[in-house]
Design a protein around this ligand. Sequence first.
Ligand code: ZN
Length: 145
Amino acid sequence: MSPSPNIHACPECGAAYTATDDDCAARFDLLLALDHSHREPWGSRHGQAFAAYALQHPVKHAASLDRAWLALHQIYVSGTAPDRVFGALVAARGKAPPGWDVPARAARPVHAPAVTIADLGDFEAATYPGRLDDWCRAALAAWMP
Ligand SMILES: [Zn+2]
């Protein structure tokens, strides 16, 4: 007789985990270590990864929501290259830079995200860029007004 699985869900993004020491924060810590190694494909994508995580964990990252929304909208809806987006946000001190046409986000997520950090598995290099894009698009979609 095997023990029943002890599934616990993230209260913010809804990702489900079975191991007691596994959760979104633990996964994000692993991803941050890859980001901060400055190796590719992780290092150059840190801004997108942080923005997706913040939008899916708005209680913990309330202060970062506007900047995360601006960045991902400008990248995935307006089609601006990520390095230009994050450079412009630094120059504009986190406000919408001149010429950006980004609508106000919803006051709170309008639905649970279709992709969470749990769906990125172990952040394997070969699949990470595509999975990160899926995660970012899902994070953005959940906040669409
Ligand atoms: Zn979560």
